[in-house]
Design a protein around this ligand. Structure first.
Ligand SMILES: C[S@@+](CC[C@H](N)C(=O)[O-])C[C@H]1O[C@@H](n2cnc3c(N)ncnc32)[C@H](O)[C@@H]1O
Length: 252
């Protein structure tokens, strides 16, 4: 069983809205060349489902399933899919540690912005492997805080970022999981790993600044939250987030 973990971002409307701006084109480009129109794809930790629904549009004769441990996110994702009149996607509540699907149900398993919150990534990968067909594709994407470029270095910025990292680590997460993807896949028996990394540059620093600041406020780190907000209002503020990506095949 996994070690105890808490999901750092929480499920406020603003946190969920922050995720819902994502699309398959902007956040899963590394996987798009590997989609086949009839693929059966599972999106683990699908959140509000914006990326999941994009996959459904891209796989007109395929089947897409989103799973998330949080009911409010699954309900939001269902309502998003209904609004788009998609008929080849469904959403279910469930944990990546105990996926509610039979063995060998999917050709592709995707997890975006999930593994950095997991205390037991190897346990999760074993479960991902179980639901993949032999030869099936796993696709993971997570940030690695060691690669972020955040400037200018305003007063309190570095201690605010360090505090955020400490909170996520105390919650059982790993802000450096991205660089560990190759080793994790190898240890879990996946073949042909292909690692890449990309940057997401936030066009509006207050968007990411406020997202992180609200997490700091929830943890009682008020001075650090204010330092982040002050940084985000600086006219030269930039936040470039490093995302690590990996593809690998379940051994046949
Ligand atoms: C940062 S959000 C990302 C949502 C979506 N994948 C995206 O990128 O827009 C992470 C999601 O993973 C879910 N999650 C975290 N731990 C999980 C677990 N053990 N099993 C299933 N879902 C989990 C959370 O509930 C949350 O909705």
């Amino acid at each position: 069983m996994p070690t105890a973990e808490n999901y750092t971002p929480g499920y406020t409307q603003s946190a969920s809205d922050f995720m819902a701006r994502r699309s398959a084109q902007t956040h899963a480009a590394f996987l798009l060349p590997h989609l086949r129109s009839s693929s059966r794809l599972l999106d683990c930790g699908c959140g509000p489902g914006s990326v999941t629904c994009d996959f459904a549009r891209l796989l007109p004769s395929g089947q897409v399933v989103g799973v998330d441990r949080e009911t409010s996110q699954v309900e939001r994702a269902r309502s998003h899919a209904a609004g788009l009149r998609l008929t080849n996607v469904k959403f279910e509540v469930g944990s990546i540690y105990e996926l509610p699907f039979p063995d060998a149900s999917f050709d592709i398993v995707f997890a975006h912005a999930v593994f950095e919150h997991l205390a037991s990534p190897a346990v999760a990968l074993a479960e991902v492997s179980r639901v993949l067909v032999p030869g099936g594709l796993v696709a993971l994407r997570s940030p690695d805080w060691g690669g972020f470029i955040v400037a200018p270095d305003t007063p309190g910025l570095q201690s605010a970022l360090r505090r955020y990292i400490a909170i996520q680590t105390a919650n059982g997460g790993d802000v450096h999981v991205g660089r560990k993807f190759p080793g994790l896949l190898r240890a879990s028996g996946f073949a042909s790993p292909s690692f890449s990394a990309t940057y997401e540059c936030y066009p509006s620093p207050p968007l990411i600044g406020e997202y992180l600041a609200l997490r700091l406020v929830s943890a009682g780190a008020l001075a650090e939250a204010e330092a982040l907000r002050e940084w985000s209002r600086h006219p030269d503020a930039i936040f470039a987030q490093a995302w690590c990506e990996i593809l690998g095949n379940r051994n046949a």
